[in-house]
Write a protein that binds this ligand. Structure first.
Ligand SMILES: Nc1ncnc2c1ncn2[C@@H]1O[C@H](COP(=O)(O)OP(=O)(O)OP(=O)(O)O)[C@@H](O)[C@H]1O
Length: 359
């Protein structure tokens, strides 16, 4: 039996995680991280009041303590600023991955430990194991449609050692069934989507409040001007729609193949392996974080370059501290700096890093 603080978000997955922890006989309390309050007139509509109410109702039905933990300042410093700075500097940030490392298993875990808890449990779809070495390992969730291990790829061993993922062994429909079995008030609540504080707001509308529009030319690979963009930060490599350059005929679409910050130009080309910059096989990944073993020698890995992507065979080669070169077996489309790459050995998460540059 352990003392466990469950991260209760107001959704069904974490409610079931809490119920399972109670059922397993742990000493359980629930914590809701208050991350965002819109007091600056910036668009964002996180339904946090409803979520707190739902979290409180779940805790009550399980007979466990419910705490609301104010992490607004840390969230602003560690996630919102990272997001805005990232876009400002032209990279593609991933706040969901960062949130697990900095918030849920960062300040929230620190809070839990300072309060005498031994573990933070969340409703992530990932599996937790203790290896024969005594180290904690993270495996892909049992539900292949829901697996969230990608989002945990920048976690450290110390963080993993204090983590528990009670729903990671289950399929989503089973989670709903358990919620009904426990009569949890959120058993039929709809799944949340995207970054909480943005809610239904488009990222571009949110960013407009922080990053001024800086219009410039849209050019093709030969330098011919085809249109005007609103600011490089608003476009992503591989983007097919929303750049405003019409396709000349059916079956030929312009996509974003690059950015030239010094000329403030957005470069478009055909969605084709021949378009320079769109497909790469070799790249440098930095901010390397590993869970169980250091990346200190050349090794094969499966590298997953985005959440809903297949992990691809690649060879990883250590560079100087904190960086690796990754050579994919097959060309990869639209790898953008800032994006997170998760590394796996079969179903086991090895760690992750941030794409820095392509070669
Ligand atoms: N505001 C929050 N306070 C406490 N824990 C949270 C909060 N937001 C998310 N978590 C924890 O992180 C887990 C994964 O977060 P994510 O946003 O992916 O939720 P989810 O998959 O929609 O799960 P849920 O159904 O529990 O909302 C949640 O299951 C929960 O344990």
């Amino acid at each position: 039996m352990a003392k466990v603080l469950v991260g209760l978000s107001g959704g069904v997955d974490s409610a079931v995680a809490a119920a399972l922890m109670v059922e397993q006989g742990h000493e359980v309390a629930a914590g809701y991280m208050k991350n965002w309050v819109n007091d600056e007139g910036i668009p964002g509509d996180c339904p946090w009041e409803q979520d707190i109410e739902d979290g409180r109702a779940v805790a009550k039905s399980l007979g466990i303590e419910f705490r609301v933990i104010d992490l607004i300042d840390s969230y602003k410093d560690r996630i919102v600023d990272y997001l805005v700075e990232g876009y400002r500097s032209g990279i593609t940030p991933n706040p969901d991955v960062w949130c697990n490392r900095e918030m849920k298993f960062g300040v929230f875990l620190d809070y839990a430990l300072s309060q005498g808890f031994e573990h933070v449990a969340t409703g992530h779809y990932a599996r937790h194991r203790i290896l024969p070495s005594g180290q904690a390992a993270i495996l892909r969730g049992a539900d292949p449609n829901k697996d969230q291990s990608y989002f945990l790829s920048l976690m450290t061993q110390q963080q993993a050692a204090h983590a528990l993922f009670p729903t990671g062994e289950m399929l989503k429909p089973e989670v709903r069934e358990v919620a009904r079995r426990f009569n949890l008030p959120v058993a039929e609540k709809k799944d949340s989507q995207g970054i909480c504080f943005l809610g239904q707001v488009k990222m571009s509308d949110f960013l407009r409040h922080y990053v001024a529009d800086t219009p410039g030319e849209i050019v093709d690979l030969s330098g011919k001007v085809l249109g005007e963009h609103r600011g490089l930060h608003l476009y992503t490599l591989g983007q097919r729609k929303g750049h405003g350059v019409a396709s000349p005929r059916d079956g030929m679409a312009y996509v974003v193949v690059g950015k030239n910050p010094s000329k403030n130009q957005l470069i478009v080309g055909w969605d084709d392996p021949e378009s320079a910059g769109l497909y790469i096989t070799s790249c440098v990944v930095g901010t390397i974080s590993t869970l169980n073993e250091p990346f200190d020698k050349k090794r094969p890995v499966e590298a997953q370059p985005r959440y809903r992507a297949k992990a691809e065979s690649a060879v990883l080669e250590p560079l100087e501290e904190g960086r690796v070169r990754l050579k994919f077996q097959r060309p990869q489309r639209a790898i953008a700096p800032g994006q997170i790459c998760a590394f796996y050995d079969g179903g086991r998460l090895l760690g992750g890093g941030v794409f820095e540059s392509t070669e």
